[in-house]
Write a protein that binds this ligand. Sequence first.
Ligand code: FPP
Length: 239
Amino acid sequence: MQEKVSPVPVHVGIIMDGNGRWARQRGQIRTQGHLEGLKAAKRVVKAASDRGLRYLTLYTFSTENWKRTTEEVGFIMGLVKQYLRGELDFYRENHIRIRHAGDIAGLPADIAEEIRRAAEDTLGCDGMQVILALNYGGRDEIVRAVRRLTASGGQAEISEETLSAHLDNPDVPDPDLIIRSAGEFRTSNFLLWEGAYAEYYISPKFWPDWTEEDLARALENFRGRDRRFGGAVTGGAVK
Ligand code: FPP
C-alpha cells in the first residue's frame, strides 16, 4: 500500500521534449538542440541525485522516434554512447546506477553493448538509479511483458501482479511524478502501465533550458498534490 502523501517523490520520469523547437527558435539545426538537451540531462541528473531521488527515468528515444531522419537518429544514438562512456566516473563518484528500459534487442549492437557495460559497471552503486528509456514504448513494454509471462509457463495466471512482474524493471517502484517539458499535454507512450497513478507536471520551457531550479519547482509543486490513488477526498472543504 503506497503512502497517500509523499513529500519527495521516490521515482520521477521525465519526457525531455522541445529540443527541436529550442534549436529552431535560434535558427540552429535540430541536432544542436539534442546536444544542449544532453547538457540539460546532466544538470538534472546531478540535481535529482543531490536531492535524494531514488529513481529517475529519462525518456531518451521512443519506439516511434525511428521515424526521424537517419541523420537525427544517428546523432541521438551517438550522444547516448558518448554520455554513457563520458559520464561513468561521474556516476561512480555519485553512486548512481545506470539501467535501461525498452527493447534492447532493437537497438544497434554497439549501443546495446554500451548500455550493458554501463549497467554492469554501476551495478554496485547504491545511490539514485538512472533508467534510460531507449527504444522504449509503453505499449511495446506491455506486449513484451505479456509475451514473457505467457512463455514462462503453460498455465501462467494473468493478473496485474504477474504482468507487473514481467515488465522491464519489475523491482522499480511506479513513478510518483512524470515531468514533461515544452508544454505538451501528452503521455507519448511513456510508462503507460507504471504511470497509472503518477502525478503530471508540465513545464512550458524547452528541455535544453531546464536547470536545477526547474526540477526544484516541479518537486515543490508535487509536494502540494493530494494523491488519492482512486480513493475519496477526505480532508478540506468541498463546495
Ligand atoms: C525530444 O525533443 C527529445 C528527443 C526525442 C531526444 C532526447 C535526447 C536527449 C535529450 C539527448 C540525449 C540524452 C541522454 C540522457 C543520453 P524533440 O526532438 O521531439 O523536440 P521538438 O518536439 O521540439 O521537435
